[in-house]
Design a protein around this ligand. Structure first.
Ligand SMILES: Cc1cc2nc3c(=O)[nH]c(=O)nc-3n(C[C@H](O)[C@H](O)[C@H](O)COP(=O)(O)OP(=O)(O)OC[C@H]3O[C@@H](n4cnc5c(N)ncnc54)[C@H](O)[C@@H]3O)c2cc1C
Length: 503
């Protein structure tokens, strides 16, 4: 295939580097807010949405705080801190409002092409975990965001909710589960494609097969990008100027900030974590499971390693996934380089990365044991969730690469940063989103932070339009339960999701 290269590129108001869900969402926000701005996207692969955002490269959980045990913390006094779950829930509520507005504007297609109702469950085994889940449920279900959550320690009820969890389960170990029917499965790859499809129709230039390899600041404060086109036969380099650059490059976002040389990127480092899943495509088994069932992550491991038995809905077809299991791929992107991890090291982040490796023995041991894990051990993990699982029904498949964020910490050298972090230059001319979890689900809320940091003078000008897209922007629904139920009902109706339960 021959790739056409533009002869010359004009200066752009906005350059989005990378064609994943983050660039697509930011492009959509900016196109709505400033339709006259010129926007160009540069993606190194032949298609957009093909790295972490691709359907089978992530778990497709619409993270809303409904099922992830690691978003809640049990305190020594027995109380449960649900702050992180509430924050994710509030952010996902904005995501749903944003998608619903785009569906109403006919920018996105039929909702079931990218989001489908799948109940979210948390599963606990053993007395201590069951006790924690019960206390967690008591606090969570009192919050309006989680009012649809139900709890049961009765195996028969759990078996009705998710038959695979109880079929073949022997012994007297206590089990319990919570279930929330307002949960969802999301095909972020399809969503990314649909967002870019619309942007292209609004004159956003989407350049593929081209990699941004260098970046330097012009005298007037704008940026010059060095873009390398892979034409199939040759490599051609073009220079492109932009007023604002978003490094939406996923696992390579930090690399771009390092190339730009902004001091704000100093002290950040990355550790590669690659994920694999067991996948089942057998219709009779798939028909017996309609849920995303999460358990606790191993001690010291990032929330992204919480084990879960998942219904996926991709291109109208259902499948089951169980995992994730760490793989041995050292890249920061699936199509990245074997030298990603070493190339990202520099004098500013060497100490933080070394500190994390030294102080997080649990994580290092967990990753090492998973990398060397056998099929037998992976099946044993699966059978903790689905005791009747048969080896022949499940295939090990590769998923996306995760660049786990490390941050400098004066006391400990470096710490693992589990959330998603916005890093921007002091003048707001370049920004990136680092970290993976909760990631794609909360993209609109994260990118609103980018807009706030990089375009503070536009805040009041943009607010009315943003409220059309996200009517409850800036409202804490914990404090306004009536509004919570109202907007959740409305977005559920538009997106074809389950409305919250009453009472
Ligand atoms: C195993 C796994 C499970 C996950 N599960 C979930 C989940 O259940 N729910 C959820 O919400 N999130 C989940 N996530 C996180 C989610 O996938 C990411 O947060 C999200 O996809 C990141 O989007 P992005 O646009 O930043 O990156 P990507 O989708 O990776 O896109 C970055 C793009 O930039 C391009 N690029 C990179 N460098 C350059 C360059 N120099 N020039 C041009 N192009 C470049 C890449 O080719 C790529 O297309 C998961 C992630 C993983 C790895």
């Amino acid at each position: 295939m021959t790739i056409r290269t533009p002869e010359a590129l004009r200066p752009y108001d906005v350059a989005l580097v990378g064609g994943g869900i983050m660039s697509a969402t930011l492009g959509m926000l900016l196109q709505h807010l400033e339709p006259s701005w010129s926007i160009a996207v540069f993606e190194r692969l032949p298609q957009v949405g093909a790295e972490a955002s691709a359907a089978w490269h992530n778990s497709g959980t619409g993270h809303a705080g409904l099922c992830e045990p690691d978003y809640t913390i049990g305190n020594p006094d027995g109380s449960v801190d649900i702050g992180a779950a509430v924050e994710v829930g509030e952010h996902f509520r904005l995501t749903r409002e944003f998608w619903a507005a785009l569906v109403e504007e006919r920018i996105l297609g039929k909702p079931d092409t990218f989001v489908n109702p799948v109940p979210h469950m948390t599963f606990a085994r053993g007395r201590a975990e069951v006790d924690f889940l019960r206390r967690r449920f008591e606090v969570m279900s009192a919050h309006p965001l989680f009012a649809s959550m139900r709890f049961s320690a009765d195996p028969a009820t759990i078996g009705e909710w998710a038959p695979l969890l109880t079929a073949g389960r022997e012994g007297t170990e206590p089990i319990a589960a919570t279930r929330d029917i307002t949960g969802s499965d999301v095909d972020f790859g399809e969503l990314t494609q649909q967002l870019f499809h619309y942007l292209r129709s609004r004159d956003v230039e989407i350049h593929r097969n081209c990699e941004v390899r260098g970046m330097r600041r012009n005298n007037d404060g704008t940026w010059q990008l060095k873009v390398d086109w892979n034409t199939g036969n040759d490599h051609l380099t073009r220079k492109v100027d932009a007023r604002f650059v978003f490094a939406g490059a996923g696992g390579w976002a930090l690399k771009l900030l390092q190339k730009a040389g902004i001091p704000e990127a100093r002290g950040y480092g990355l550790l590669p974590v690659s994920a694999r899943f067991l996948r089942c495509d057998i219709p009779e088994i798939i028909a017996r499971h309609d849920a995303k069932v999460y358990g606790r992550a191993p001690a010291g491991a990032p929330p992204i390693s919480m084990p879960h038995l998942d219904t996926r809905v991709v291109a109208g077809k259902r499948a089951l996934l169980f995992g994730p299991f760490a793989g041995a791929n050292p890249r920061f992107l699936n199509k990245g380089s074997l030298f990603d991890a070493t190339a990202a090291l520099n004098p500013h982040n060497l100490q933080p990365v070394a500190g994390v490796l030294k102080n997080n023995g649990d994580l290092v041991r967990m990753l090492a044991s998973q990398v060397t894990s056998t099929r037998k051990r992976r099946l044993a993990s699966l059978r903790e969730f689905a005791p009747g699982a048969e080896s022949d029904d499940w295939t090990l498949v590769g998923a996306g690469q995760l660049a786990q964020l490390v941050k400098a910490d004066p006391g400990r050298g470096g710490v693992l940063q589990f959330g998603t972090e916005v890093v921007a230059s002091h003048d707001g001319s370049i920004a990136a989103v680092l970290g993976a979890s909760p990631g794609a689900s909360t993209a609109p809320a994260i990118l609103l932070q980018v807009l706030d940091r990089c375009f503070p003078r536009y805040h009041h000008l943009w607010e009315p339009r943003l409220r059309q897209l996200m009517p409850t922007l800036g409202v804490s629904l914990g404090k306004e339960p009536g509004l919570a139920r109202g907007t959740m009902n409305r977005t559920a109706e538009i997106l074809g999701l389950e409305p919250p339960l009453v009472g």
